[in-house]
Structure formats: structure tokens, C-alpha cells
Design a protein around this ligand. Sequence first.
Ligand code: FAD
Length: 108
Amino acid sequence: MLADIGMDVGPIMKFYLRRELDEAGVQIQVSNEVCECRAGKFVCRLPDGQKGFYEADLAVLAIGYQADHDLFEKVRKQVRETYIVGDALHPRKILEAMRESFDIAQVI
Ligand SMILES: Cc1cc2nc3c(=O)[nH]c(=O)nc-3n(C[C@H](O)[C@H](O)[C@H](O)COP(=O)(O)OP(=O)(O)OC[C@H]3O[C@@H](n4cnc5c(N)ncnc54)[C@H](O)[C@@H]3O)c2cc1C
């Protein structure tokens, strides 16, 4: 459902990535919301709001993560010093998780 592919990839890497995808004949569809899957067909909402259909015999779901803070809130009620870092805060990259862990370690 994102507006482009590789939005967190640097421009040089993205250039080569796109070239390889083009060479492999990959058709890129962005801003499509998958609404339904039935009998080898995916029903999507297209950027203009219309419905579109894609046929597929294999699907790889890579639709991302969302942090669930329930456990953190429960622990925080019982443990005075409780911190949340990394993907538990917001799913991102290893560098952010390491940076936040390092910062918290400095104040403990
Ligand atoms: C498929 C995939 C590819 C990725 N590729 C990259 C990449 O190329 N570069 C990059 O920078 N980032 C990448 N990431 C993101 C990166 O993996 C995360 O941002 C990073 O691992 C976050 O670190 P973290 O310590 O917050 O969480 P995690 O590394 O997920 O560590 C959390 C740990 O907590 C454990 N745990 C969970 N629940 C409990 C519980 N109730 N009790 C005890 N332990 C528990 C888990 O088993 C896990 O070991 C990728 C992520 C995925 C899913």
C-alpha cells in the first residue's frame, strides 16, 4: 500500500534493485490495498478507488509490523524502571534498536 518500492533503500541501491527487477520482468504495482484473496485471485483497491484483480499461484506477505505496547504497560505498572526500545517501540531497523538500547544503558 506504500507509494513506492524500496522507500527505505538508498538511491544507488534502489537504482540497481529496480534494474534487476526490470530485467527479471517484474511488474511493480504500488498504492494497491489487498482487500480479498479468493481462488488464486487477489482483489485490490487501486489508487483511484476502483477494484483491481491480480492472478497468482504464490503470494508472499510482507505487510509490516505494528508495535503492541500491552506487555510494556503491564510490566511498567509493576516495575518502577521499565524502558521500551527498538521494534517494541516502533518497528524500524537494527541501528535504531542498538542506538536506543545504548542510550537507555547510559541512564540505568
Ligand atoms: C524479515 C526482516 C528483515 C529485516 N532486515 C533488516 C535489515 O536488513 N537491516 C536492518 O537494519 N533491519 C532489518 N530488520 C529489522 C530488524 O530486524 C529489527 O529492527 C531489529 O531486530 C530490532 O531489534 P529489537 O532488539 O528491537 O527486536 P528483536 O531483534 O526482534 O528482538 C526481540 C527479542 O525479544 C524476544 N521476545 C519477544 N517476546 C518475548 C517475550 N514475551 N519474552 C521474552 N522474549 C521475547 C524475541 O524472541 C526476540 O529475540 C529486518 C526485520 C525483519 C523482520
